[in-house]
Design a binder for this molecule. Sequence first.
Ligand code: FAD
Length: 340
Amino acid sequence: MGLAQVHIVGAGLAGQVCALMLARTGYQPVLWGRAEAAPARAIALAQPTVDALMALGVAVPCGGQIDHIHVSRHGAAGHTRLSARALGHAQFGRVVTNDELGDALRVATAGFTQHQAAVEAIEVGRGIEVDGEFHQGPVVLTAPVPTLLKHCGIQSVRRGLNDRLWVGVVEGELQGHAYERFTDTGPLAVLPLGPGRASVVWQCAGEVTPSRLRAVMGRRVALGRVIHQAEVPAAAIWAPSLTRPGVAIVGNASQLLHPVAGQGFNLIVRQLSLLASFGLDRLPEWAAAADAARQPWLATTLTLAQLFQPRWPGQGVALAGVGALPGVAAGFTQRFMEGR
Ligand SMILES: Cc1cc2nc3c(=O)[nH]c(=O)nc-3n(C[C@H](O)[C@H](O)[C@H](O)COP(=O)(O)OP(=O)(O)OC[C@H]3O[C@@H](n4cnc5c(N)ncnc54)[C@H](O)[C@@H]3O)c2cc1C
C-alpha cells in the first residue's frame, strides 16, 4: 500500500519542517509554493528547537550562540542579566539567518515532491486547487494567506501594534551576549549571529544607522555597518481555530507573533512535532494540544510587547528583580526555552 499523501501549503521554514516531520511518521509530503528570500531576517532558535531540527537530519547552521541575555530599559537604572550556565544550561540557544536555515532545510527536503505553484483554494475535507486542477488529500496550511483561511471558514484575529519593525543584519561582535532593550519607540533586540555579525530587530520609525544604534545600545556593544535591512509591520495575528476536517492550520497561518519574545518559529516547531505525533487522523485532539501549547506564548508576547512600550516608573527596579530572584529568572528561562 502506498504512503498517505499530504499537501503542505507554503514551502517556507514551517512548510519544510512540516514535510520532514510528517515524512518521519509515514506520510508522503507534497510541498506547494516557493520559499522567499529574507536576507535581513534572523531567528533565535531555543535549544529544544535546535535539537528537534538536528534529529530530523537538518544541519542547523552554527550562527551565534546565546550564552547571556541582558534586558534593560534605555536611560533607566536597573537591568536583568541571565547566564545560561548559572541557570543550568549549556546555552540558551542560537541565532541563525532565515535564509541560512532555509538552505539547510532545502538540503534535507531535497527528495520530496515539491511544486512552486501557489495554491488557489482549499476545499475542506477534500484537498486543494492549483492552476484550476484539484488535488485530493489532507492539507496542512502554513502560508498566512487570509483567503485560504477564509476557504476553511476561519477569520483571523488581528491586534495591530501601531508601528513597524526595522530588521537588519549588521556588523558586530557580541560574543554570546543577546540584548533586549526597551526604548521610547518600542523594544530593540540585538542578537549574536556568529563571527562579525549581529541581528537587530527594533520597533521604531525612521532611518536606522550605526550611530543611532550606538546611541541606544551604548559604546560597550560594538555595532558597525548595516549589511542587510528590511521593514515588517508590527502586529499580532492568530487564527482562533486550528483545524477543519482534513485541514491543519500551522505556522504563520495559525499565529504571527510580535518578535519581542523571539518565539514564533520555536512555537511552530512545537506545534509540528505535536502534529506528527497525533497524525492527520486525530486532528481535533492535535488542535486542542496545539492551541494549549500556544496560549502561554500568545500571552507572553502580547504582555511584553505592550508592557514595555511606554516608560513607567520602576521599570528598571522590576528588571533588576527578575535577575535577582532565582525563581523568576528560572521561570523566564523556561518560558524562553520551552514556552512553558
Ligand atoms: C522580525 C521577526 C523576527 C523574528 N524572530 C524570531 C525569533 O527570534 N525566534 C523565533 O522562533 N521566531 C521568530 N520570528 C518568527 C519566524 O520568523 C517565523 O515563525 C518564520 O519565519 C515562519 O516561517 P515560514 O517561512 O514558514 O513563514 P512565511 O514566511 O510566512 O512563509 C510562508 C510561505 O508560504 C508561501 N505562500 C504564500 N502564499 C502561498 C500560496 N497561496 N500557496 C503556496 N505557498 C504560498 C510564501 O511564499 C512563503 O514561502 C520572527 C519574525 C519576525 C517578523
